[in-house]
Design a protein around this ligand. Structure first.
Ligand code: SAH
Ligand code: ZN
Ligand code: ZN
Ligand code: ZN
Ligand code: ZN
Length: 469
């Protein structure tokens, strides 16, 4: 059965987080997630397991109804298939390879672009028909430049920070006194930390990269990289690998830890929040304190704010616009340029995260936080209301500030785009179509719809954030 195509919009699909009961079957990306299909009107839908990491069945075709009886033969075949899809080397082996590679003379240092791997002399002949390049010492320190960014649109597109954003993050964390940075899906940040240490101008920082892209394993030692899936908190290297995280989270010698995560934007918020709280819980247990919380920075588009706050209520959204080198739409905005919708969600006190004045941020003493220049304080709302970087305006009928392009609509009784499908709001829930509630109180509002129609509307929604108005 193809979950991506068979169902129309009347189905919502929701993730059911693992409750420690029956273990989920595994795909090559670790334990699968349990999803529940909820049809219009009915209470309980049929549940199924699907890949946690891949939204497209082309990338991981795992599918199993929760009540399916799976034969022994199929289980064995599945296990063999999962094994065959693991990295060719262990982290220890990658690390040994790296040491050998680093000691090679410059003219023997080669990287195979087709296989995305550093080549040792004995392997050159096997790759002789492939495209390979020389690797300088500088390039070896910048794996995120050497490796081709994965561009799989749905599950694993890699968007690398611009120097501006990466340095802002690093300088901010250093100024706040963090000495250990847990980099979850932020390979470029990890790389910058190591480069900064080489300068020997600052107090050194430690970093540990957790990422599903095991090409990064070839550049790092065992205590610097773990092959990890952030949607199910799975360590591909097993117990030994999760022990690396544990050791990193232990704050000895007063070295403060912070976690920075930049998950793929198509990812599901609920399982991400779950994984991040598990990491935070581990930190807390090690710290042996009940009131402290692991400092977190979660980088994600602003329109996910309600969902993120549902999953991790202690995070607040900052105005800082994170931008990316290889993302055509998410560029930093000044006049005439597109603004990035990507923000920082953090439990670090917003007043302590100083946003750069020269880029157009200012401090709002009433809100006690730094805000974007166009985010003007509204006396009636008593806050700086803008979420998207544009100047919002107050609607006295709604009693709150709204997007500048919105107009108050009498028949909908709220502000909306002038060309909104008028009156439709009255008929029922925009999310699931039910006539019994509105979208705000929709029980499926956190649901994940894996059908094609939804992906289109979602993509449209995200684009319109950047284009309309
Ligand atoms: N801006 C970051 C990169 C973010 S792109 C930087 O410049 O460092 C998203 C990152 O998350 C990529 O490194 C990607 O490999 C990783 N990723 C994607 N899916 C993942 C998963 N399921 N588990 C762990 N990491 C994942
Ligand atoms: Zn999978
Ligand atoms: Zn090759
Ligand atoms: Zn207002
Ligand atoms: Zn209004």
């Amino acid at each position: 059965m193809d979950v991506t195509e068979e169902h129309d919009d009347s189905f919502g699909i929701e993730v059911v987080l693992p409750d420690g009961g029956k273990p989920a079957p595994c795909c090559p990306h670790g334990p699968t997630l349990l999803f529940e299909k909820v049809a219009k009107g009915s209470k309980e839908g049929r549940r199924f397991y699907a890949c946690s990491a891949c939204r497209d069945r082309k990338d991981c075709s795992f599918f199993q109804w929760e009540d399916d009886k799976v034969s022994e033969a199929r289980l064995l075949a599945r296990e063999a298939d999962n094994k065959s899809k693991q990295p060719p080397f262990t982290q220890q082996e990658y690390c040994n390879r790296f040491r050998k590679f680093a000691s090679l003379p410059l003219d023997e240092k080669k990287f195979c672009q087709d296989c995305q791997i550093l080549l040792l002399p004995a392997e050159l002949s096997v790759h002789s028909a492939h495209r390979s390049t020389a690797v300088s010492a500088t390039q070896l320190r910048r794996p995120s430049v050497l490796l081709r960014p994965l561009d799989n649109k749905k599950s694993n597109a890699q968007y690398l920070f611009t120097d501006r954003s990466a340095h802002f993050l690093l300088d901010t964390l250093a100024a706040l006194g963090y000495r250990k940075v847990l980099c979850v899906g932020t390979p470029r940040l990890q790389e910058l930390i190591k480069l900064r240490n080489l300068e020997q101008k600052h107090e050194p920082m430690k970093s540990l990269l957790l990422d599903i892209d095991f090409r990064y394993a070839q550049f790092y030692s065992q205590d610097e990289f773990c092959h990890y899936n952030m949607f199910n908190n799975h360590f591909f290297g097993g117990e030994a690998s999760s022990a690396v995280l544990k050791a990193f989270l232990r704050e000895s010698d007063g070295e403060k830890v912070v976690m920075v995560a930049d998950p793929p934007f198509g990812g599901l918020v609920k399982p991400l929040a779950h994984s991040f709280s598990l990491i935070a819980q581990t930190w807390k247990t090690l710290k042996n304190s009940s009131d402290a919380e692991l400092p977190v920075m979660w980088i994600f588009p602003y329109f996910f704010e309600p969902r993120i706050q549902e999953g991790l209520p202690s995070l607040t959204m900052l105005d800082y616009q994170v931008d990316y080198d290889n993302h055509p739409l998410y560029k930093h905005g000044k006049t005439g340029r597109k603004q990035s919708p990507v923000r920082l969600f953090t439990n670090i006190s917003p007043r302590d995260v100083v946003l750069p004045k020269e880029e157009g941020y200012r401090f709002c003493s009433l809100c006690d936080r730094y805000v974007w220049s166009l985010n003007k304080h509204c006396a009636k709302c008593n806050l700086c209301p803008s979420k998207d970087g544009r100047e919002w305006k107050h609607c006295s009928t709604c009693g709150k500030c709204v997007k500048p392009s919105w107009k108050h609509c009498q028949s909908c009784g709220r502000c909306a785009l002038p060309d909104h499908p008028c009156g439709e709001g009255k008929e029922g829930c925009f999310n699931c179509g039910s006539l019994k509630h509105k979208r705000k109180s929709c029980p499926l509002k956190d649901s994940h719809r894996i059908n094609r129609k939804f992906k289109q509307t979602e993509a449209k929604g995200q684009q319109s954030v950047l284009k309309k108005h």
